[in-house]
Design a binder for this molecule. Structure first.
Ligand SMILES: NC(=O)c1ccc[n+]([C@@H]2O[C@H](COP(=O)([O-])OP(=O)(O)OC[C@H]3O[C@@H](n4cnc5c(N)ncnc54)[C@H](OP(=O)(O)O)[C@@H]3O)[C@@H](O)[C@H]2O)c1
Length: 280
């Protein structure tokens, strides 16, 4: 489960779902039954799939991905939406090896995945989060530098980059964090608009963009899945390959039984989850 589930249930997500509905967008599990005419799968196969807060789900065969044997259901269920978002975001930002990548909300689901993928793509990663425990996990996933951004981050980013700023900024927080990011971005920098966990979308000042030769890049993984499913599938195949080869490390701080789904959502809202919260 993720912050997006929180928004969807609260009716605050940009794609509205009329209640009643079963929340949740991704799962991993075992096939227990096949529809008529389905080929390429057998009962017992371990797969990544869509689905919700449920013990059983009916999913189109075309949407299933077979899991490598060495991947646990927990790792798989903590993986798909966060890592596809991270990879697509960094592609949209045209991240180059050696560039400095600043990841905000880096202990959160998409943030931590972006630290992981950013390192794999050869970036120097600066991660921001709110307390030492969260920053420690960011270091474990490979961040080169961590900053507690509770009282700001601009000066530290400038000091770490010799006054230049970050080439790519991944921002799932918005609000004040976006505003300060505009003062910590390098010339020709790209800032990715991922979400607004602060509760406030920021207004990008075009005069700042002009003087920095900077770009603001908005994106949603949902649009990629809908409008360019072939590219989405290619990215997912790459990520499943990395996962099977142990090159990326999906992280979850909590795994709760389905009956405690409401508690898990509360933990997300209270910013207590690191990486992902799972229902098992
Ligand atoms: N564009 C896309 O395609 C896409 C895809 C997936 C998700 N998203 C969006 O990205 C955002 C993050 O998703 P996520 O799953 O990573 O969420 P998450 O796991 O809850 O992480 C979000 C992080 O934001 C930080 N944060 C800062 N201010 C916050 C506040 N006022 N309330 C809550 N958190 C705050 C928290 O870190 P600290 O406590 O350490 O500050 C938290 O770890 C959401 O808005 C989601 O809808 C967008």
């Amino acid at each position: 489960m993720s912050f997006t589930d929180v928004l969807r249930i609260a009716g605050q997500y940009h794609v509205k779902t009329a209640p009643p509905f079963i929340p949740g967008g991704e799962a991993a599990g075992q096939i227990i039954e096949l529809g008529t005419g389905v080929t390429g799968f057998t009962v017992g196969d371990r797969v990544l799939c869509g689905g919700g807060f449920a013990e059983e789900t009916v999913q189109p065969a075309a949407s299933l991905i077979k899991l490598p044997e060495n991947i646990s259901f927990e790792a798989a269920a903590a993986f798909r939406s966060n890592y596809t978002t991270a990879l697509y975001a960094l592609q949209r930002a045209r991240l180059q090896p050696g560039e400095t990548l600043l990841v905000h909300g880096a202990a959160g689901g998409v943030g931590l995945a972006t630290v992981d993928v950013g390192k794999l793509m050869g970036a120097r990663v600066i991660a921001t989060a709110r307390n030492p425990e969260r920053l420690e996990i960011c270091m474990r996933l490979g961040a080169d530098h961590v900053i507690d951004y509770s009282s700001g981050f601009r000066d530290q980013v400038l000091s770490l980059t010799g006054g230049r700023g970050a080439d790519v900024i991944f921002d799932p927080v918005g609000g004040d964090v976006f505003d300060e990011s505009m003062r910590a971005i390098a010339p020709f920098g790209r800032i990715l608009i991922v979400g607004f966990t602060s509760g406030r979308p920021a207004v990008a000042k075009t005069n700042h963009l002009l003087v920095k030769d900077a770009e603001v890049v908005g994106f949603t993984i949902g649009a990629l899945n809908r409008l360019d499913p072939e590219r989405a599938r290619r990215n997912l195949d790459v990520l499943v390959g990395w996962l099977g080869a142990g090159r990326i490390s999906p992280y979850h701080s909590h795994a709760l039984p389905l009956a405690q789904a409401a508690e898990a959502l509360r933990l997300i809202v209270e910013r207590k989850v690191i990486g992902k919260a799972l229902l098992v």
